[in-house]
Design a binder for this molecule. Structure first.
Ligand code: NAD
Ligand code: UGA
Length: 458
């Protein structure tokens, strides 16, 4: 029997890894990932993948050319496929009605129109991109309107992977969520999508529901996760003023199973391409449906995040005698979290921009994100880049750790201290180091949500 053909439109952080894992677990499916971005597809077909994720390279190299293919031929992909996953970007709208809040659905809509034009048979269209509730209805209307001889069933199957752990999350998901129309053909399509995942995910971990609940569950999950980060960061501010320790508080409250231990790490504020955009999307939905109180409630999560990022910069300035002009500052880490090269909405961007405005001389180091960092900061003059953290800190007045890379826990801080200007300031915005040990070495140490340890005379 010929292999069933899956097409994925959008070869980004979600499309590439997700399809690689489906291909690896489903030998009965032939998987093609297409994108209009030629450079991205060329990279997927090369040794240097466009996305850095632990474990990804191995899977892609094993499946590519077997049952996993990357191509720019979107039309042919649609013509030949049985099931299409839509994994295109859904950024925040930057223009017109809802600018700055609503999701920009133009890429989803264009994809739907392409599918309608080039489909050669009845088809299941799986919405994997994160979208506002009821988008499946819009896509369904586009697909079924007019003269197409084919029937389409639109299924919502949001993705919950986190960057840096994408392969682990995809191989062993907490749950798979699949939503469809409550009718016989909707249920049949849900079952067909479920069958793909059942190749490696236990059936009890596959939740099936209606499409709108599925769409809104995705926004809700991200809003709840981001809310936890903002909540703990708000408590970190209280700790710095009072002398309590936010790490101990996270431990104490996380031991209550009703609260749970995850997503309670105070830091420089959440980054990444989705938390902010998805909450803004939720806020806009609430406003549109006449729920201003609900909109305001969720908007506060973003306000607290902005406050957290600004507070990090104020603390650096205040601890450095209110001026950083002409001072060398080493920024260790530019990715929005460890184990990714992604810098979208990274707190590092705002922190570096603010320090550059104060005329600091900034040197940025990151094991995976320097290419993106250079792109993000191309308008800024007083920044330089090195992949060697020891070079970055040479002659620096301060180190700011922005990303929680494992290797920053393992640096020789004694050696680093000797190579720096004094007083040597260390701002660990991720609380990955021991403030006592660093203080002993001679640093003035500033952890998040903890009183600074500063040597007398500095
Ligand atoms: P991305 O920007 O990395 O990738 C999207 C890709 O879609 C781009 O390469 C773009 O060129 C391509 N594309 C756009 N229009 C196209 C078209 N008409 N035809 C072919 N290709 C087209 O985005 P991403 O990070 O992979 O996110 C994709 C979606 O998944 C978003 O809705 C996002 O919210 C959601 N999501 C992302 C993550 C994550 O960790 N990044 C996790 C869960 C869900
Ligand atoms: C997040 C969700 O965790 C995924 O489930 C979701 O699929 C994804 O968004 C998405 O929709 O894009 P991601 O943004 O990749 O994944 O990474 P997270 O681990 O959630 O971290 C987000 C940000 O919060 C990072 O900047 C991280 O450093 C920060 N964070 C996280 C904290 O500051 N403290 C914590 O305790 C946890």
């Amino acid at each position: 029997m010929p292999l069933k053909k899956i097409l994925c439109i959008g070869a980004g952080y979600v499309g590439g890894p997700t399809m690689a894992v489906i291909a690896a677990n489903c030998p009965d499916y032939d998987v093609t990932v297409v994108d209009i971005n030629k450079a991205r597809i060329a990279a997927w077909n090369s040794k240097s993948l466009p996305v850095y994720e632990p474990g990804l390279q191995e899977i892609v190299e094993k499946q590519r050319g077997e049952n996993l293919h990357f191509s720019t031929d979107v039309v042919r992909g649609i013509e030949e496929s049985d099931i299409i996953f839509v994994c295109v970007n859904t950024p925040t709208k930057t223009f017109g009605l809802g600018a700055g809040k609503a999701a920009d659905l133009q890429y989803c809509e264009k994809t739907a129109r392409m599918i309608k034009e080039h489909a050669t048979k009845d088809m299941i269209v799986v919405e994997k991109s994160t979208v506002p509730v009821r988008t499946s209805k819009i896509i369904n209307e586009i697909l079924s309107h007019g003269d197409s001889p084919h029937k389409f069933e639109v299924i919502s199957n949001p993705e919950f992977l986190a960057e840096g752990t994408a392969i682990k999350d995809l191989q062993n998901p907490d749950r798979i969520l699949i939503g469809g129309r409550p009718c016989a053909s909707g249920e049949a399509a849900v079952a067909e999508v479920s069958a793909i995942y059942e190749s490696w995910v236990a059936k009890e971990n596959i939740i099936t529901t209606d499409a709108w609940s599925s769409e809104l569950s995705k926004l809700t999950a991200n809003a709840f996760l981001a809310q936890r980060v903002s909540s703990i960061n708000s408590i970190a501010a209280v700790c710095e003023s009072t002398g309590a320790d936010v790490i101990k508080i996270s431990e104490a409250i996380g031991a209550d199973p009703r609260i749970g231990a995850k997503f309670l790490k105070a830091g420089p504020g959440f980054g990444g391409s989705c938390f902010k955009k998805d909450i803004l999307n939720l806020v806009y939905l609430c406003e549109t449906f006449g729920l201003p109180e609900v909109a305001e409630y969720w908007g506060q999560v973003i306000k607290m995040n902005d406050y957290t990022q600004n507070r990090a910069v104020s603390r650096i300035l205040k601890s450095m005698f209110n001026t950083v002009a002409g001072k060398r500052i080493a920024v260790l880490g530019f990715a929005f979290k460890a184990d990714t090269g992604d810098t979208r909405e990274s707190p590092a961007i705002q922190i570096v921009e603010s320090l550059a405005e104060e005329r600091a001389e900034i040197v940025i180091s990151d094991p995976q994100a320097l290419e993106n960092a250079q792109q993000d900061l191309k308008e800024i003059e007083n920044v330089s880049f090195t992949d060697d953290p020891y070079e970055a800190v040479l002659g620096a007045h301060a180190i700011v750790i922005v990303t929680d890379w494992q290797e920053y826990k393992e640096l020789d801080y004694g050696k680093i201290y000797s190579s720096m200007e004094k007083p040597a300031q260390l701002f660990d915005l991720r609380n990955i180091l021991s403030s006592d040990e660093l203080y002993e070495i001679g640093f003035n140490v500033h952890l998040v949500g903890k009183k600074s340890k500063v040597h007398k005379g500095s």
